[in-house]
Design a protein around this ligand. Structure first.
Ligand code: HEC
Length: 130
């Protein structure tokens, strides 16, 4: 009899432990699943540094081939202009028009992007406003 009691105690303990572990696993899965739902700023950053490859010409705070992200943000804010309209090819350049030809080839890429992606890029650029 004692043996049975002991056994069931062990079993209960073991099953508790198992349940606890399952809960932890579930919460980890939940966090991983939540990750892709990024904010517009995060999405913009990932396009800017990923498939858009904008980062090869636009650094955050210094001019390389193109003006810095900070400079673009500052110019667009001060002139109350619209980055999305420019990236759709529907507005003239206002940051460094003399270098527009270098940027122009990228508009073929940005024109194909969805409004959501372009807005995300704009949000990312404005996140660098000082
Ligand atoms: C090959 C280099 C290069 C790449 C890649 C590039 N740019 Fe540019 N970009 C430039 C240059 C040079 C200028 C300055 C000319 C100008 O102002 O249009 C510029 C200007 C801009 C401007 C300011 C336009 C204005 O009003 O004057 C924005 C906004 C911009 N780029 C966004 C982007 C985004 C978003 C990407 C990625 C999809 C990108 N660029 C990729 C070179 C590049």
């Amino acid at each position: 009899m004692k043996k049975i009691l002991f056994l069931s105690a062990v079993l209960t303990f073991a099953s508790c432990k198992k349940e606890e572990k399952t809960t932890i696993d579930n919460s980890q899965i939940a966090t991983e699943e939540a990750a892709p739902a990024a904010t517009p700023e995060e999405l913009g950053k990932s396009i800017f540094e990923g498939k858009g490859n904008c980062v090869s010409c636009h650094q955050v705070d210094q001019k390389v081939i193109g003006p810095s992200i900070q400079e673009i943000a500052k110019t667009y804010k001060s002139k109350n202009a619209d980055i999305v309209t420019f990236l759709k090819g529907n507005a003239d350049p206002i940051v460094d028009p003399s270098q527009y030809d270098v940027m122009k080839t990228n508009l073929a890429v940005t024109k194909e992007m969805s409004d959501e992606e372009l807005l995300a890029i704009q949000t990312y650029i404005y996140s660098h406003l000082k």
